[in-house]
Design a protein around this ligand. Structure first.
Ligand code: ZN
Ligand code: ZN
Length: 579
């Protein structure tokens, strides 16, 4: 039996469509990771869902004259559609609006309260005497004390970017009616985060395998000391506080959304008919929990959520939190309010999923910010996917199909080496000394990639892994060029069969090595090579085609893109907004 791997992916906020920054930051990496582990035979549970609470959604609903549920369900459907088209293979993608999530969140709240990790305190909060309601940060507007802009909100000034708190605003007003708010006492619950500082430090310090930026950020944050945090608010949209006398209050979205990792595992177990199955991932200490997020989310996943888990007890803490840096677009910082973003639904309407998965994999912002540009998108597609990998596959398959009756030819030494062909511990060159070195090395090199790439993939080093596969593809292209079976076949049909067989073995390995990154084209290639079923069932190891195996008529795996799209796409930036 393999490992147990729980993959918790950041919950996207259901108040707008996804853009490529989200995908490069938090969604493509866990999918690559999940596909790798599934292929390896590990037990994988990958979950996430729409984060549907919080004031940006209620604010937007009120502005558009809709109910928050309508906004949420519109974007939730959009997310599901995008996952399917881009091949992000969640085992469950739910929402924070389920009865199950409320129940699990309330259980965490009550358990922490019972253990005295949650306490009650009175705070002074802005209250609108006209609307008769408390105003959360975003419902209060006023003049920024730093730049005098009149449109600042209680949490932030959009003009100068300074974070604010409501009491700092000059001439504050209620964003609904314009009345001047008063400050009024309100009782709230606080999470005793300060109690976890030493325990968290002890837990984090040995995590030397974490990404440098994640580890350093976490240590710096902890060394600065931890403050207790309010976990309830005076609003009516969210998970209710499960206590009498607190009907008008809800759990703060940051507290409740992270509990989604646990509630989603429970929902998945229930829907699979074995309600206790979530324990395999959350209570078996051998199971590894990974959280894939963007760097703006680190504090919630390496400090706050682990503290909540420690307080609750008997649940696995994250094993790794491979947070990514940011993706810029055409050299500029992404900005949804300025529409400086490439929206995923727009991309998927116009192009195939694998070229995007490829580009974001080779330029993944793992340790520093990276840039997406349409010129690079076209170049990488045409020069690398089409001209290197696609060309290798297409040349080898079409020529074999035409010249060998649509079947895999038999190598002249096949009977000598077939036993060792897919054996990671046997060297073909040693076992079969009369085989030419170039061919033996080519096969060995592609076989070795299962080990080296597997190592990189298990350490969440995705960029390095895909570059290794592309290096093998490049070398196989050179191999075919050197052997030129299309010339050799005129004098020596068996020599052509030999080099084509070697090329087909390498191509078959690349099909699987690239599967976590390029699942659509790998599955296509799987069929062209005459294999049945799903690649994931084969295991993370070489599987060479058998002589005589029937090929399917090949088609190109990738299409060349016209350079004209670059200007066209760039001109869209800053203007269009995807729905
Ligand atoms: Zn008001
Ligand atoms: Zn300002």
């Amino acid at each position: 039996m393999g490992e147990r791997v729980f993959i918790g992916v950041a919950w996207p906020y259901a108040d707008g469509p996804l853009h490529l920054g989200h995908i490069a930051g938090a969604y493509l990496p866990p999918d690559i990771f999940a596909r790798y582990h599934r292929t390896k035979g590990d037990e994988v549970l990958m979950v996430s869902g729409s984060d549907q609470h919080g004031t940006p959604i209620t604010l937007r609903a009120e502005k558009e004259g809709k109910r928050p549920e309508e906004i949420v369900s519109q974007y939730h459907q959009g997310f599901l559609d995008s996952w399917q088209k881009l091949g992000i293979s969640f085992d469950l993608f739910t929402t924070t609006g389920t009865a199950n999530h409320a129940e699990v969140s309330q259980d965490v709240f009550l358990t922490l309260l019972e253990k005295d990790y949650i306490y009650k305190a009175t705070v002074s909060q802005p209250f609108c005497p006209h609307c008769q309601r408390f105003l959360t940060d975003r419902y209060i507007e006023g003049t920024c004390p730093y730049c005098q802009s009149s449109g600042a909100r209680g949490d932030l000034c959009d003009d100068c970017g300074k974070p604010l708190n409501p009491a700092e605003l000059t001439s504050p007003r209620c964003s609904f009616c314009g009345a001047t708010p008063e400050f009024k006492d309100s009782e709230h619950f606080f999470f005793r985060l300060s109690a976890f500082r030493d325990k968290l430090l002890d837990w984090v310090k040995p995590k030397t395998y974490w990404r440098q930026n994640v580890l350093n950020f976490t240590l710096r944050y902890l060394e600065g000391g931890l403050k207790d945090r309010a976990i309830t608010r005076d609003i009516d949209w969210g998970v209710p506080v499960p206590l009498d006398g607190f009907e008008g209050k809800r759990l703060y979205v940051w507290f409740e959304a992270v509990i989604g990792y646990l509630s989603a595992a429970k929902e998945w177990a229930k829907s699979g008919g074995d309600t206790e199955k979530w324990r395999d991932f959350w209570q078996d200490s051998a199971a590894k929990v990974y959280n894939f997020i963007g760097k703006d989310n680190i504090v919630f996943h390496t400090i706050i959520w682990p503290a909540m888990l420690m307080g609750y007890g008997n649940l696995n803490l994250p094993y790794d939190v491979p947070a990514n840096e940011f993706l810029t677009v055409e050299g500029r910082k992404l900005s949804t309010s300025r529409h400086w973003a490439v929206w995923l639904p727009d991309y998927l309407e116009r192009y195939d999923p694998d070229p995007l998965r490829y580009l974001l994999s080779v330029s993944m912002p793992e340790t520093s910010d990276t840039d997406f540009s349409w010129r690079e998108f076209v170049r990488r597609n045409n020069d690398e996917l089409v001209a290197t990998y696609g060309n290798l596959v297409h040349r080898a398959l079409t020529f074999t199909y035409r010249s060998f009756n649509g079947c895999v030819p038999k190598h002249s030494r096949y009977d000598d080496f077939s036993l060792y062909l897919d054996d990671l511990d046997a060297d073909i060159g040693v076992k079969c000394p009369d085989m030419d070195d170039r061919s033996a090395n080519m096969i060995e090199d592609a076989k070795d990639a299962f080990r080296s790439m597997g190592m990189n993939l298990s350490r969440c080093q995705f960029k390095q892994a895909i570059m290794e596969a592309m290096r093998v593809a490049q070398d196989a292209n050179r191999y075919l060029e050197q052997k030129s079976p299309w010339k050799v076949i005129k004098e020596n049909r068996q020599a052509a069969a030999d080099s084509l067989y070697v090329a087909l073995c390498v191509i078959s390995h690349l099909r699987k090595l690239l599967y976590p990154f390029l699942p659509f084209s790998s599955q296509k290639l799987h069929r062209f090579l005459g294999f049945d079923g799903s690649i994931e069932k084969e295991g993370w190891q070489p599987r060479s085609p058998s002589p005589g195996q029937k090929l399917l008529p090949p088609e190109p795996l990738f299409a060349k893109l016209d350079g004209g799209l670059i200007e066209e796409e760039i001109s869209r930036l800053g203007h269009t907004h995807s729905q």
